[in-house]
Design a protein. Structure first.
Length: 356
């Protein structure tokens, strides 16, 4: 019996890989979400007319658009950019959440683990509160939020290294909590000194997707492409690191360097997403855990599935935000929290049960 137990401990853990069935399911979910996102809106534009317009934009032979100029502008300058932006933000948050969970071996980790949310919130608050007269604050919020999020993680990582235990993921998590608390305190101080900006700051914190055309899409696209590519390329390594640092080191993986690279990639992608969308919670927890519950997949399958499903999930949440209280619009952060809070409780319960 002891020999069997020893053999079981030394054999590598077999995890489920990427199967065609779940890829098809995830892609179908994303496509349905995209269609709903483009169709939903106060102006009725039929699916047939949308498909004709798409074919015309792709310059397919014989394809012509039946949309009038107003409907064409609504479709291509408002709805499609917003849907694409929602898909990019959802993909980034879900992918970063799954990466953090593997790198830090914490099933409840989310993309804001190391203080990105607090740093971005402080950056946005400073931009709103101290914007000079005559300057459009909306143009300053994304870069300020991006720099704030990056700064928070840099400080958290520096604190983790100063503790002399930079290889310990728990140290980094505690450093992130410390930095988040400090940045949140500064944000509260700034808000108190500029009470007239409370409504604008509060609206940004609740999360939302702007309807300013393609500018925000092009703004975050390079960061999303680079960050997601790095995380997807390292998905097999994350599978090993999720078992433990010692096991990964025995297989020749430089744990410290790899963790730093993945943290940088996830942080840059998350900061870029938050910069244009505000603080949208729970996406990085809901999507990866839902995929785990459905497929039992390891990280080499979990990461690409999270990217696809995360995009579709946030597009659907945005549809609900736009239509549930029309003509008013609900902040998308409220929608994700509505789904995320009960789901988080379920995950917490199952994690507790699995640790016994």
């Amino acid at each position: 019996m002891e020999a069997a137990a020893t053999q079981a401990r030394t054999e590598p853990v077999r995890v489920r890989g990427l199967t065609p069935l779940w890829v098809c399911v995830a892609v179908a979910f994303l496509l349905v979400s995209l269609v709903l996102g483009v169709v939903a809106g106060p102006v009725d534009i039929g699916v047939g007319a949308i498909l004709q317009s798409v074919a015309a934009h792709l310059h397919l032979p014989g394809a012509t658009s039946s949309l009038n100029p107003v409907d064409n502008a609504i479709l291509w300058q408002l709805r499609v950019p917003r849907v694409v932006l929602a898909a990019l933000v959802g993909m980034m948050l879900a992918l970063s959440g799954a990466t953090y969970q593997g790198v830090f071996r914490n099933p409840l980790a989310d993309p804001y683990l190391l203080g990105v949310a607090a740093g971005a919130g402080l950056g946005a608050t400073i931009a709103i509160a101290y914007v000079p007269n005559g300057v459009d604050a909306h143009r300053l919020i994304p870069p300020a939020a991006f720099l704030g999020g990056i700064s928070a993680v840099v400080v958290a990582y520096a604190i983790g290294r100063s503790a002399g235990r930079e290889r310990d993921s728990v140290t980094l998590i505690l450093a992130g909590v410390t930095v988040a608390s400090f940045f949140t305190a500064i944000q509260a101080f700034v808000q108190q000194r500029h009470a007239d900006t409370l409504q604008q700051v509060y609206s940004w914190i609740l999360g939302g997707l702007p309807t300013s055309g393609w500018s925000d899409v092009w703004l975050i696209l390079p960061y999303v492409v680079v960050s997601s590519t790095i995380m997807l390329l390292y998905r097999r390594v994350i599978d090993v690191m999720s078992v433990g640092d010692e096991e990964a080191a025995t297989l020749g993986i430089n744990v410290r360097r790899t963790r730093l690279l993945l943290v940088i990639a996830a942080t840059i992608g998350t900061a870029a997403a938050v910069a244009v969308s505000g603080l949208i919670a729970f996406v990085g927890i809901i999507v990866p855990h839902a995929i785990r519950l459905l497929t039992g997949a390891g990280y080499r399958a979990l990461l690409p599935l999270s990217a696809i499903a995360g995009a579709g999930f946030l597009v659907l949440c945005d549809v609900i935000a736009r239509t549930a209280a029309a003509p008013a619009e609900i902040p998308i952060g409220i929608i994700t929290a509505f789904f995320g809070a009960p789901f988080f409780a379920i995950v917490l319960r199952s994690t507790k049960g699995g640790s016994r």
